[in-house]
Design a binder for this molecule. Structure first.
Ligand SMILES: [Zn+2]
Length: 710
């Protein structure tokens, strides 16, 4: 039973990409009644079955092997269903029987996939689609041959019409965004890289910097106007997209919100690009008439290293001209703005924004190092570095599940980190650092493991924050899910998720962890790409690991990497110190725990202080991680008592700590009367009465300290 359940879960895990339960896709209807769907192709690496529904009411089932094309449809096929998970990748080859049935107009509509292409104002730029068919076979509508023969079949993206479930629509939307010239993440990254590159060119001293700057000013103006236009047009853009679905209004309202957030996020990225360019130009203007050095110094921090001297301006000009020529055929009347935006939007082989480095990871004891040769024979990833906090987060996520097996809250997560590509050996080094949990739209029901759409937003927000704060390139480097009681393996569905999560230009650094949380040691398998781009399967696995062991290591390593500067030592100002309790270092979390307990409880022994002891010579430094009611918590041991009293009186404290003498090393006493927190060491099992050993701070000061750190 569990196995079946799990397999269902696995199937539905694809819902990560916003598929609902049930593997059957909604009926697909070709929108354009004039076009004959004469062929259909299976784009997957597994067999599928499609069901064709014809005009005359008859139907037919067709089994298609991977890559196989069925081109014997023979009559007007109006709709079809498919038993695959993501039919949007499929293509229908449409072929017209006569010149009359393929008019200029109808080809154009088909070319644009689902919708839009209604008005072609500049503000509409974002809604313009560049369908695959145009890129792959740049056939101009004006040049359409009168009769489309078998040798020049048009490839038409499959269209969805009618009701679809909400997650699927979000998925369609994201796919659709990737096909637009404005909202595509790839394009946004290219834009940024082009800006970086042009800054770099300035730094390297371009031949004609004056003209170059002029061109950049034009680019800036175009970007600003595109940004405004798309902002204004946002609602219409969403409405147009939703127009193709017949879902209920309440469905659409919630979708609209989600889509709007999605677009805002991407607009913000464009804005950030614009800001960087603007800064450069401002700096340039400021340095006009002087030497170039101040500018160089200023922009040096902005550019990514390693880009050679490229005469971008000349290249861009040529490219621009070519683009305008190409496009003017496909779209009548390319505006000047569209043309100049082509200067910055250029296809590149990489889309790296920030510096890529694992420098502070390689010898860092906070990271567990795993050579991939340990668990598989061939791997595109050479070594994985997993941060201790990341291991703890994954472990805790499943610990929650195990405590509450009836209603598991989380079944998987995504992990962000860094990666470096060793070009010489074509191998990747990857770090796993920051866990992102699914959003509240995730559904973890019995037969559904649906990560929802919000996790994608969370991931991109977190990435942006990490990149900004560290100035390093972060990406999604891993995803994690559980096979409760089913052993560790990589299912076909897991493979398809993995394929979809790949980085667009460096597809092979992504890793995956599969945990069987119902084995005693919480068996864990690591899956990576092979050098040829396929994924290591269960059969390739040389060994598995234990999440339990990983966790123990993480706790240990955290102790070893205890950082004083991340803690507040309440005994720092005491005039005397005892060896058994030389310092009491409160973590942020412990201070927050303390302030919460003070609100909830009024007197007596209010909580157990947990933490660990860090020996430095013969002195014991005590790191406090948590204060709570429980006597034992998994990551640490009891080290003290937290007592609330009206005043700090020794007899009261002595009574309160009595049951714990022999186990603890200090008492933290909060005096309600003056808000003071007093740390009283316990030396030789005796509460110290000499006040020169005490530490005193107000709780308010401690709270202010935590805020400052944030
Ligand atoms: Zn699975």
């Amino acid at each position: 039973m569990r196995r079946i359940e799990h397999i269902l879960r696995c199937i539905c895990f694809v819902a990560l990409f916003a598929m609902g339960a049930g593997a059957l896709a909604q009926p697909v209807v070709t929108k354009d009644g004039n076009g004959f769907a004469t062929s259909v192709k299976n784009p997957y690496d597994y067999a599928i079955t499609i069901k064709l529904f014809f005009d005359d009411g008859t139907q037919r089932s067709v089994d298609l092997q991977p890559g196989e094309t069925y081109d014997n449809i023979g009559q007007n096929c109006k709709s079809m269903t498919c038993n695959c998970q993501d039919w949007s990748k499929g293509t229908i080859y449409r072929r017209a029987a006569t010149a009359q049935s393929v008019t200029h107009d109808n080809v154009k509509r088909e070319d644009n996939g689902s919708t839009q292409e209604t008005s072609k104002t500049d503000a509409d730029e974002g809604s313009r689609v560049e369908p695959k068919s145009v890129r792959e076979a740049p056939k101009k509508s004006e040049e359409l041959p009168p009769l489309i023969t078998e040798t020049n079949i048009e490839t038409v993206p499959v269209e969805y019409v009618g009701w679809r479930n909400k997650p699927t629509i979000m998925h369609d939307f994201e796919d659709f965004l990737e096909r637009t010239s404005y909202y595509s993440l790839e394009k946004i990254q290219q834009e940024r890289q082009d800006i970086d590159e042009s800054i770099n060119n300035l730094q390297n001293g371009i031949a004609d910097s004056k003209k170059y700057i002029e061109a950049l000013r034009l680019v800036k103006a175009t970007m600003a106007s595109n940004l405004d236009g798309n902002r204004e047009n946002k609602d219409k853009f969403i409405d147009d997209f939703l127009g193709q679905y017949t879902n209920s209004d309440s469905d659409k309202t919630s979708l609209r919100e989600e889509m709007s957030a999605q677009l805002d996020e991407r607009l913000a990225q464009h804005e950030e690009n614009l800001r960087v360019l603007d800064e450069t130009l401002t700096a340039w203007e400021a340095s006009q008439g002087k030497t170039n050095w101040p500018l160089i110094a200023l922009i040096a921090g902005l550019v990514t290293a390693g880009i050679g001297l490229v005469f971008w301006y000349a290249k861009a000009k040529k490219k621009n001209a070519k683009r305008v020529k190409n496009r003017s055929n496909a779209y009548q009347g390319v505006s000047a703005q569209e043309a100049s935006s082509a200067i910055v939007v250029r296809r590149k082989t990489t889309s790296i924004l920030k510096k890529q480095s694992l420098e502070n990871v390689v010898d860092n004891p906070a990271y567990m190092k795993i050579d991939c040769a340990e668990f598989c024979q061939q791997s595109a990833v050479r070594r994985i570095y997993i941060k201790n906090t990341c291991i703890k987060d994954i472990y805790n996520m499943y610990a929650e599940d195990l405590r509450n097996p009836e209603n598991p809250k989380e079944d998987g997560c995504m992990v962000l980190g860094r990666w470096v590509h060793d070009k010489e050996n074509d191998e990747y080094y990857v770090s796993l650092e920051d866990v992102v949990m699914p959003g509240d739209d995730a559904v973890f029901a019995e037969q559904e493991l649906n990560f929802g759409g919000k996790i994608k937003l969370k991931v991109s927000e977190r990435l942006r924050k990490l990149r900004r704060e560290t100035d390093l390139q972060y990406d999604m480097t891993c995803w994690v899910h559980s096979h409760p009681g089913l052993k560790v393996f990589f299912s076909n569905q897991d493979t398809s998720v993995h394929m979809q999560l790949r980085h667009p230009t460096h597809p092979r650094f992504l890793t995956a962890l599969v945990v069987d949380i119902l084995t005693p040691q919480q068996e864990l398998g690591i899956f990576t790409f092979k050098p040829d781009g396929t994924i290591n399967s269960h059969n390739d696995m040389l060994r598995t690991y234990s999440l339990e062991e990983f966790y123990k290591w993480a706790i240990e390593s955290e102790r070893n990497t205890f950082k004083r500067e991340d803690h507040y030592n309440t005994l720092a100002l005491a005039r005397q110190h005892g060896d058994d309790c030389n310092g009491v270092h409160l973590s942020n979390g412990a201070i927050i725990d303390m302030s919460q307990i003070v609100v909830e409880r009024s007197s007596g022994n209010a909580g157990i202080v947990h933490g660990f002891i860090q020996r430095e010579g013969k002195c014991a430094e005590i790191a406090v991680t948590k204060i709570c009611q429980e006597e034992s918590v998994p990551d640490s041991e009891p080290v003290g008592c937290f007592i609330i009293a009206q005043y700090c009186s020794i007899p009261t404290v002595r009574r309160a700590i009595e049951p714990y003498i022999g186990k603890i090393r200090f008492a933290l006493v909060y005096s309600a009367a003056d808000g003071m927190v007093t740390t009283i060491p316990i030396l030789n099992n005796e509460l110290v009465t000499d006040e020169s050993y005490y530490g005193e701070q107000t709780l308010e000061d401690l709270k202010i300290w935590t805020r400052r750190r944030r």
